[in-house]
Design a protein around this ligand. Sequence first.
Ligand code: ZN
Length: 254
Amino acid sequence: MFDVHCHLDFPAFDKDRKEVIETAFKENVKIITCAYGIESIEKTNKFLSAFKEDFNRKIFVSYGISPQEYDDEKIEQFVKILKKDADKIIAIGEVGLDYYWERDIEKRKLQRKNLEDLIKISEKLKKKLIIHSRGAENDILEILKEYNKKALLHCFSGSIKIAKKSKIDLGCVISIPTSVCYSKSKANLVKNLEIENLVTETDAPFLSPFPGQKTRNEPVNVKFSVKKISELKNLSYARADEIIENTVKKFFDI
Ligand SMILES: [Zn+2]
């Protein structure tokens, strides 16, 4: 199975990063870790190169940048790194729109413009996109449609209608986080979408599957998402695991 989205460079993993990764591998969990911002990219590459030999083809990296960091200088620097490291990365993201933290209309406009530029770059570099969206699902879908861009919608929190449209119109996949274990709206999303449309993530160190406990989330916990999806879809755990893994492989061409 795959944890298609987590942040292994975060300080929460500084003490036991290698063990966390090995624990995931022991349970057959492959990982896409998202480096989020310039410093995060540097840190991610540092730990990945230290572990490289053992982790080949089981851990992948995507480079993203927060919509809040969308100023010209940062974007320029980010794009330079993307071009330089194109062979190293599996996708660009998370990138997207965040209307929850950004209320200013002009700044939201800038977020959209930057997203469009990043989509153009992703096309040039032939990379898939991992989308971050908070309160901006309509605009995201509209922009993706304009560029006919297939994307992975990370930690999707939009409506069932938008999720379905993103699949039908563009072939997007919807990523279900470990919070599906207790979140009714996420469970509802799973019930209403075809399993072939879903992938799984932890967003670790965030979104622990154990509500109420302030425990750190980690990639191995993605199995709880797969288990919950199998229950909601009335499938065996093994079958759900197989379908979801195939979707990830097909989507990223790996
Ligand atoms: Zn994330």
